[in-house]
Write a protein that binds this ligand. Structure first.
Ligand SMILES: [Zn+2]
Length: 702
């Protein structure tokens, strides 16, 4: 949602009218069951969950009141049902590319995951340990339902060629490339017809099949349609208010776990209903934890939105999301790295540049932006003080960075775009340290040089505000106001300034700057981490799940913290099953001394290549190694193998490394990992673990 919000704000800046939709699909067996257990009607249950989501989107400034989404779409809105009904009828009327009815009645039998709202094929579930138990969904680790009943089918099997043609003709229909390939090979493997209804006797909570009320429409068929019903498909009033013609086709941004629904089923439905296809489907990756594990309730490594929101500025979270994840790939999340990024890039980087520039303008120029021009007769003097007298050098740099930024942004390469913006921060920082305004200020003859340096810094900041507004709306606007530019009138809001139209020199001389305030206070890492940890173990997690009656009892059990992340988890029955399973495991451990697979996966082992190795003075057992683990920079690792290995002979060798060990100091050197070696004989002679086949650096040992 944050990424979509950034794209929406950026497009608006560029002068494009956008309609930003997010929301919830609210039908189906999953909600029906949760409602039953919570003693609510399904509608009450949906309202309850949505109130939690909208509370969160508001807390994260993503709602309409904060300039975020245009609609929080709910599939229980009556106009949606109207649109779905029309859409279904269009599909029923149509023929497949092979000339057959697109929808027919048949009989379905299979394993169904309620939280996924999808039937599961054999490679999508784990077989049960006992033959009489149902299999578990790989995504939800929840038991599947055996479903066998009359059902309407969508003849998806007839759409394979048409879909492949679409992917071929429009290579950017599915992004990123790797996901496109996955989808294409899935379609090439042959498509099966899709069950698109359930008998009302098994799923009541859904939109009735038009002209056959004994059936309800399959939740995905209903849910996907929300993208067009929200803007007016099938409802005159909505069409007038928003405009289907105006905003369709749209771009979809979805998690990679629901890509198939958006990139295969949805276009096929649309083809059948003769509605234009979306502009494209952009699949984003998932957040994994700091050591690369999938976040899961069983591992207890999920992130609580309310913890995040309580302890971090929203803009820091937004910045982190876009900067840390290569969009389309999985990204690693950890509170520590969020703190590090906030401190280095925001507090020390952008924030420091902004406050030092503005403080100097306040101190040396009486709070007004002075002219950036150095008169002819002062040029030589300026040059002697070490500043580039040619203003177009920095102007050119900033313009070029802006162009790159826009290019990356349009390509969804947000991380690269932000890197580019921070190259401006670094460049201006360097200009300031080189020119030393605090020295220039002592020399009245250098007045114009000082003014020019401060002008360039302030003008660069103005550009950064415009570029960064979509990512950090509040902070960018904050700096902009401090620059004296946020006042009412033309150009008061960054939302309306097109970065492509920026011209160097736009900051007018004489502009009175605003009150200088620090925008990104440094976070005390140790203090905040212990706060977060203590909250996690006392269980202050204000998720809606906690409010579900019946889930309460479970909280008293000593289970891993942060388990109640989703609505589905609030189902008491499931919680009981999980806690029983945990109890059994604990018992096993104490009796047999065995560890669970989850304990093992806590240790991250990776392939490393020794780049350099050297002895450490006065430490005859230790070698200082730099080891390439396929990361940005090599790790420094100390190993007690000097008595048995010549440093020269280790260079180029592939070894196994524990890569998620806390760094330790040994003899004044930080060791960022540990090698694996067999310990042989009485004196424990180390023999390094190694590989006899080709293996890339960074590969994980499992
Ligand atoms: Zn599932």
């Amino acid at each position: 949602m944050i990424v979509a919000d950034c794209v929406h704000r950026h497009k608006e800046q560029r002068g494009l009218e956008t309609y930003f939709l997010t929301g919830t699909d609210e039908h189906g067996i999953n909600i029906e069951r949760a409602a039953e257990r919570a003693g609510r009607t399904p509608q009450e249950q949906a309202d309850f969950v949505v109130s939690y989501f909208t509370k969160m989107t508001s807390a994260f400034s993503l709602d309409s009141d904060h300039g975020g989404y245009d609609i929080f779409m709910r599939t229980t809105y009556p106009f949606h049902a109207e649109g779905v009904t029309k859409f279904w009828r269009e599909v029923v009327k149509s023929k497949t590319p092979k000339g057959r009815e697109a929808i027919y009645k048949g009989h379905y039998e299979g394993w169904f995951c309620a939280p996924c709202a999808a039937y599961k094929t054999e490679d999508e579930y784990t077989k049960p340990e006992q033959p009489d138990q149902p299999p578990l969904c790989l995504i939800h680790e929840a038991p599947l339902d055996r479903v066998s009943e009359e059902s309407y089918f969508f003849r998806l099997s007839d759409f394979g060629d048409a879909l492949l043609e679409l992917y071929e003709e429009r290579p950017d229909f599915i992004r990123p490339e790797a996901r496109r390939n996955e989808v294409m090979s899935f379609v090439r493997g042959g498509l099966q017809d899709l069950s698109v209804s359930r008998l009302k006797s098994s799923v009541k909570w859904g939109i009735p099949v038009p002209d056959d009320p004994a059936h309800t429409i399959y939740v995905w068929f209903d849910a996907l349609t929300n993208y067009i019903t929200a803007i007016g498909y099938g409802n005159e009033e909505r069409e007038q208010a928003v405009g289907f013609e105006k905003f369709w086709p749209a771009l979809h941004m979805v998690g990679k776990d629901i890509l198939r629904f958006h990139a295969v089923y949805w276009p096929a439905f649309l083809m059948a209903a003769k509605v234009p296809l979306p502009r494209g489907v952009m699949a984003h990756g998932m957040w994994v934890d700091q050591v690369g594990r999938k976040m899961s309730k069983t591992l207890g490594n999920t992130v609580e939105l309310d913890v995040l929101q309580r302890h971090f500025p929203i803009d820091a979270i937004r910045y982190f999301c876009l900067r840390e994840m290569v969009f389309g790939q999985d990204g690693r999340f950890g509170y520590e790295s969020l703190i590090d990024r906030t401190n280095s890039d925001l507090a020390s980087g952008l924030g420091n540049l902004s406050s030092r520039t503005l403080t100097m303008i306040d101190r040396y120029c009486e709070g007004r932006v002075a002219s950036g021009r150095i008169p002819e007769e002062k040029l030589l003097l300026a040059k002697r003080s070490g500043i580039d007298t040619d203003e177009t050098t920095i102007a050119g740099f900033v313009e070029h960075a802006r162009d790159d930024f826009l290019l990356h942004f349009d390509n969804y390469a947000f991380s690269r775009a932000l890197e580019t913006a921070w190259s401006i921060v670094a460049r201006v920082d360097k200009m300031i340290s080189d020119a030393k305004p605090w020295d220039l200020a002592k020399d009245e003859n250098q007045r114009e040089t000082l003014n020019a340096v401060l002008y360039r810094a302030a003008e660069s900041l103005r550009w950064l505000c415009v570029l960064l507004y979509p990512v950090m709306p509040e902070s960018a606007q904050g700096i902009y106001t401090q620059l004296g530019l946020g006042a009412a009138g033309k150009n008061s809001s960054l939302a309306a300034i097109d970065p492509a139209q920026l011209k160097w020199g736009g900051l007018e001389k004489g502009t009175r700057i605003g009150e200088v305030k620090p925008l990104f206070p440094r976070i005390e890492k140790g203090k905040l981490m212990s706060e977060i940890k203590s909250e996690s173990s006392t269980g202050i997690h204000a998720t809606e799940a906690d409010a579900v009656p019946g889930a309460k009892a479970e909280k008293t059990q000593p289970l891993p913290p942060m388990r109640h992340a989703t609505e589905a988890d609030a189902v008491p029955g499931q919680a009981e099953v999980l806690s029983t399973a945990n109890a059994q495991r604990a018992e096993q451990l104490s009796i047999e001394g065995l560890i669970d697979i989850n304990d093992f996966t806590k240790v991250e082992l990776r392939v490393g290549e020794v780049l350099t190795a050297e002895r450490i003075p006065k430490a005859d057992k230790l070698l200082l190694l730099s080891v390439d683990l396929g990361e940005d920079k090599p790790r420094q690792i100390l190993a007690g193998i000097a008595l048995h290995y010549e440093p020269e002979k280790l260079v180029g060798r592939k070894i196994a490394v524990v890569s998620n060990l806390k760094p330790r100091k040994l003899r004044g050197f930080e060791s960022q990992g540990m090698l694996l070696a067999a310990s042989v004989g009485e004196e424990g002679k180390p023999v390094l673990a190694t590989f006899t086949e080709e293996v890339p650096n960074g590969a994980r040992l499992k």
